[in-house]
Design a protein around this ligand. Structure first.
Ligand SMILES: [Fe+2]
Ligand SMILES: [Fe+2]
Length: 178
């Protein structure tokens, strides 16, 4: 049985992962409307990944005989000053989530709930990658702010549809959508 404090904290994180997913849909739609299909595609895929993170947490609770609470989410930021700002918003979001997952791990450890602590490890590793990806994209976007085609080329080159499944990732409730 997971520690009660961990169940509460994980339920809160489920809401934040769905919130992150909605934020990425809003960013994808912004780029799609500007006919920047590579950036749009990249963020549509990120949105699905965040949704999967939430569903992995849902499954962890279900498998532990806990009832996951599916919360509503606040409206995402949908208006941006320029094409760089959404990437800045994304990087800030990933940094915030890293702090949140670290707190989750700390809650598990303090409660001597080592199984739950272990569950958080994959997410921490994932955050390292996502922060690296977003800070690289931010650097490229700032440099090529006035030449969107260069940003599009970069995304196409570095982040074309990634179909390689990570065999170490926890399974999402309901199976993978991708
Ligand atoms: Fe996430
Ligand atoms: Fe993320």
């Amino acid at each position: 049985m997971p520690a009660e404090q961990f169940v509460t904290a994980l339920n809160e994180q489920i809401g934040r992962e769905f919130g992150a997913s909605q934020q990425y849909v809003a960013v994808a739609v912004y780029y799609d409307a500007l006919t920047l299909p590579q950036l749009a595609g990249f963020f549509y895929r990120q949105a699905l990944e965040e949704r999967d993170h939430a569903m992995m947490m849902v499954k962890y609770l279900l498998d532990a005989d806990e009832i996951p609470v599916i919360p509503g989410v606040g409206a995402p930021t949908a208006e941006f000053a320029d094409i760089v700002e959404p990437v800045r918003v994304a990087l800030e979001q990933e940094k915030r989530v890293t702090d949140q997952i670290s707190s989750l791990a700390a809650v598990a450890r303090q409660a001597n709930d080592f199984v739950s602590e272990q569950f958080t490890q994959w997410f921490l590793k994932e955050q390292v990658e996502e922060i690296a990806t977003m800070s690289d994209l931010l650097a490229v976007s700032e440099r090529s702010k006035d030449r969107p085609a260069e940003i599009e080329d970069y995304v196409a080159r570095e982040h074309s549809a990634d179909t390689s499944a990570d065999p170490t990732s926890p399974a999402p409730a309901g199976g993978a959508v991708g």
